[in-house]
Design a protein around this ligand. Structure first.
Ligand code: VGL
Ligand code: ZN
Length: 202
């Protein structure tokens, strides 16, 4: 069975939000239409405590988008975004959420960022997503959402490592950095993933 995984379609990642991805809003109608083609639709939600260690604000003297070493991992310092229960953490109002059977939250541990919907960045803690999908008999995952070069990319790489077939729907995602996305796509293909457009599902 196949499933659609919608990554982090939250206000803060969409123009008007604190970590807006350019043209992020343009993929909302595409994702709404895509959902009609799937029996199982699940979503992830970036869900940080206010004192999260990925926020530049919580590192005095450091700037947004600067990289630091944090618990032996490289960490980009982000603007405050997707704070638990804030408007910025809510799904965009135009996104159709009625078909979401489950929502997996990530980034809840203050000490550790979590780009992937499956594991935190140190691969120490699972969200339970892989087990959920296996239990549902899902073997093929189609990915869309934000941001292409971070949470979508890391989720696909983990999906492949966990033994799922993983397909990126390229016109249903947008990147923070176009350069990073070009590298990400190469790595997805090298790791055995595929890249398609939503038209190919018609
Ligand atoms: C994301 C940066 C920080 C994402 C989440 O959803 O791609 N990017 N937190
Ligand atoms: Zn985040």
């Amino acid at each position: 069975m196949k499933a659609l995984v919608i990554i982090d379609m939250q206000n803060d990642f969409i123009p008007g939000g604190s970590l807006a991805v350019t043209c992020g809003e343009t993929i909302i109608p595409i994702i709404n239409k895509l959902q009609e083609k799937f029996e199982l639709v699940i979503a992830t939600q970036d869900w940080h405590p206010r004192d999260h260690s990925s926020f530049a604000k919580n590192h005095p003297g450091k700037k947004e988008f600067e990289n630091i070493q944090l618990n032996e991992l490289e960490q980009t310092l982000w603007p405050v975004h997707c704070v638990q229960n804030s408007f910025g953490a809510e799904f965009h109002a135009d996104l159709n959420t009625v078909k979401f059977e489950a929502i997996f939250r990530k980034g809840t541990n203050k000490e550790m960022d979590s780009y992937s919907g499956f594991f935190d960045n140190a691969h120490l803690k699972s969200t339970g997503l892989a087990g959920y999908l296996e239990d549902k008999g899902v073997s093929t995952l189609y990915f869309c959402g934000l941001a292409a070069d971070y949470c979508v990319y890391y989720s696909i790489m983990d999906a492949l490592k966990e033994g799922f077939e993983a397909i990126l729907i390229e016109d249903a995602t947008k990147a923070i950095s176009e350069e990073k996305f070009i590298e990400a796509k190469k790595e997805i293909l090298q790791a055995g993933g595929s890249i398609i457009t939503s038209k190919e599902l018609d």
